[in-house]
Design a protein. Structure first.
Lengths: 64, 320
């Protein structure tokens, strides 16, 4: 099962999902308020998750 | 002799210092990030600064907006910043604009060799992105919240753009009201932003990744970004710049306030009317009354929990 690191909460969870879009749905995260990286590269919802992928979720921050 | 120690630094040198002296940098937003960046650039010997901001200094700002003091309260940030910056370096040219930037006026004000994005909302950044793509002006995105900051260099024709990374939020984003902010966060992110600015202005290699820094965890995350083939802005489709996405009510970050447009104020007459209800403070730029700040240019900033409440307060005090 792919491991996902939630950067803001600083915790790692296991989530079964085929794509990033499915993964975010399971985590109840709206794709427009976070950035998802796989092996330190930004990916979109269509990305198909591979077994060894290192997935990170970063929050979008907008203050100044 | 003022810049001697910066010239000795091998990455800048006399040539680099000359380039900085000839440069014009536009800073959009003079809050925590922008006021800090303005100070650092002034000290570094930038020739000209264009400063743009729509707010006045509030007590809440003093926790993190290091350029301002209690003497600046209720006065426009851009004018007070200009005074302080001139005291630091009397030779710098400063063009302050107390303006709300939108699709109708961005072309007249946002210019220069480089733009620093120090705004507090995504809408303005999408607009800035399209403007800078069209005019081919490099810009540096920066943002902060809590102990987290983000930074990305956007160079038209060379790097991916802001819309390649971010999309319009369909859920509530955290704000400084709901999640707070450490005053060290904007200080660090400004330092990173100004460092990148110096690299870009002196034509040296700059950071290509999206930087995400969490000060509390002391952790830097670098993310590689590719151009998004579905990005409309990269294809020249500018929906913010052509006004399609223009909103009359904007949620501002930092003070739980909303901005409503369209009030045509006679500050004196409005003051006379409102004084019958409660205390009013008026100066040359704005009128302060309860949860309302009425600005001379027709904008009204309202502290409220929701857009609905803001509109209600607006019509309660400023409606007919
Ligand atoms: Zn793009």
């Amino acid at each position: 099962m792919p491991k996902v690191h939630l950067e803001k909460e600083n915790k790692t969870v296991n989530v079964q999902a085929k794509t990033i879009a499915e993964l975010l749905k399971k985590l109840k995260l709206n794709p427009t308020v976070c950035l998802v990286t796989v092996n330190n590269e930004l990916v979109t919802g269509q990305y198909k998750i591979k077994s060894r992928d290192k997935i990170k979720i970063l929050p979008v921050v907008s203050g100044g | 002799m003022r810049f001697q120690q910066q010239i000795i630094f091998e990455k800048i040198g006399a040539e680099g210092q000359k380039k900085l002296q000839k440069s014009t940098v536009c800073i959009l937003g003079l809050g925590a990030l922008g006021s800090r960046a303005a100070e650092l650039l002034t000290r570094a010997g930038i020739g000209t600064l264009i400063l743009i901001d729509r707010d006045v200094v509030e007590l809440l700002n003093l926790q993190r907006q290091t350029l301002y003091t209690e003497q600046d309260l209720n006065l426009p940030k851009v004018y007070q910043a200009a005074i302080h910056l001139k005291q630091i370096n009397s030779k710098i040219k400063i063009k302050p604009f107390f303006k709300d930037i939108n699709y109708t006026n961005i072309e007249s004000f946002v210019k220069g060799d480089l733009v620093l994005d120090c705004t507090d909302n995504l809408e303005t950044r999408f607009l800035l992105n399209e403007h800078c793509l069209e005019k081919e002006i490099p810009w540096i995105f920066s943002s902060v919240l809590g102990s987290i900051g983000m930074l990305f260099n956007i160079i038209p024709k060379k790097t991916p753009c802001f819309s390649c990374i971010f999309s319009e939020p369909e859920d509530i984003l955290g704000t400084c009201d709901t999640e707070g902010i450490l005053n060290t966060t904007p200080t660090l992110i400004s330092a990173l932003q100004v460092t990148e600015a110096i690299k870009i202005l002196t034509k040296q290699p700059y950071a290509k990744e999206l930087l995400y820094y969490d000060l509390w965890k002391h952790k830097l995350t670098k993310t590689k970004i590719k151009k998004n083939p579905k990005c409309n802005a990269c294809k020249g489709k500018y929906s913010y710049l052509n006004g399609e996405k223009n909103k009359e009510v904007i949620k501002l970050c930092g003070t739980n306030s909303y901005q409503l447009k369209g009030y045509k104020p006679d500050l004196k007459k409005t003051a006379e009317k409102l004084e019958k209800i409660d205390k009013v403070i008026v100066n040359d730029y704005c009128l302060l009354f309860k949860e309302l700040t009425i600005l001379k240019d027709g904008r009204v900033l309202i502290k409220a929990k929701s857009e609905k409440e803001a509109k209600e307060l607006y019509s309660k005090y400023l409606g007919d």
